[in-house]
Design a protein around this ligand. Structure first.
Ligand code: FPP
Length: 242
């Protein structure tokens, strides 16, 4: 998979930090939930254009391990949006051959939401046009911690030895084991930081930080960013373009 994307001048895997929903709502003097609703619609529009842009993998940060610190009302609003979208999008996603995968610790979610997300994963499994990975209750540090624990258990059970621990083994224990590393991470709303997203996977990722608030981010903004991508020189630590 790695060879496939190194050879490409176009990003195979794009990841999104969809920031700015709250500020967008405040500007409009509306509750934060209104911003998340508008943000969910933006996501729907971006997913729709991915196939025409030859993006094979789209990964989005919907809820972080730190987002539980928000007001309970906002947290439950976000959860209800995920519920709603899991229902309303299923037909469209299947028709467009979009496979949905969830990463993160879903055990802390309500059982009814977990069941909805399971159904969405099962119903869309095998979709070949786009793999949409949605990170919920996800944090890069938590993911790495879990991978280390799983490897330790594997050693205790005799599945592999300490000498067999290498980058490839660790990668295979991540929640993103089936995905190539992201070629490009886009963060909206002006902050220039990674906020515990895809820490291991982004070692050689390209970044775009844009000021636009996520609900205002358009497919045209997305296309403009992608149009600039081939001009980047990705060296993966080497001294000439690969
Ligand atoms: C960050 O904006 C955004 C989030 C924490 C949630 C992202 C969720 C969505 C786009 C919608 C729901 C997703 C699905 C999968 C249906 P913020 O609230 O931190 O904005 P702020 O920094 O301006 O306060």
């Amino acid at each position: 998979m790695r060879e496939e994307y190194q050879a490409s001048t176009y990003p195979l895997h794009v990841a999104l930090i969809m920031d700015g929903n709250g500020r967008w709502a405040s500007q409009k003097r509306r509750p934060r939930f209104h911003g998340h609703q508008a943000g969910a619609e933006t996501l729907r529009r971006i997913v729709t254009v991915c196939p025409s842009l030859d993006i094979r993998y789209l990964t989005v940060f919907a809820f972080s391990t730190e987002n539980w610190r928000r007001e309970p009302e906002e947290v439950s609003g976000l959860m209800s949006l995920m519920h709603l979208y899991s229902n309303s999008m299923i037909k469209e996603l299947k028709e467009n051959s979009v496979e949905v995968v969830f990463i993160g610790d879903l055990t802390s979610l309500d059982r009814s939401l977990r069941e909805k997300l399971d159904t969405l994963e099962q119903e869309t499994a095998g979709g070949k046009i786009l793999t949409l990975t949605v990170a919920i209750n996800y944090g890069g540090r938590a993911e790495l911690t879990q991978a280390v624990k799983d490897i330790a258990v594997g050693i205790r059970e005799g599945k592999f030895s300490i000498d067999e621990i290498n980058e490839s083994l660790l990668q295979r224990h991540l929640m993103t084991a089936d995905l190539p590393d992201p070629d490009l991470i886009i963060r909206t709303a002006g902050d220039v930081r990674i906020s515990n997203f895809l820490l291991w996977q982004s070692a050689y990722t390209e970044f775009e930080f844009v000021d636009t608030l996520w609900p205002d981010f358009t497919p045209q903004d997305f296309k403009s960013i992608l149009a600039r991508y081939p001009a980047r020189s990705r060296r993966f630590g080497a001294n000439s373009r690969v």
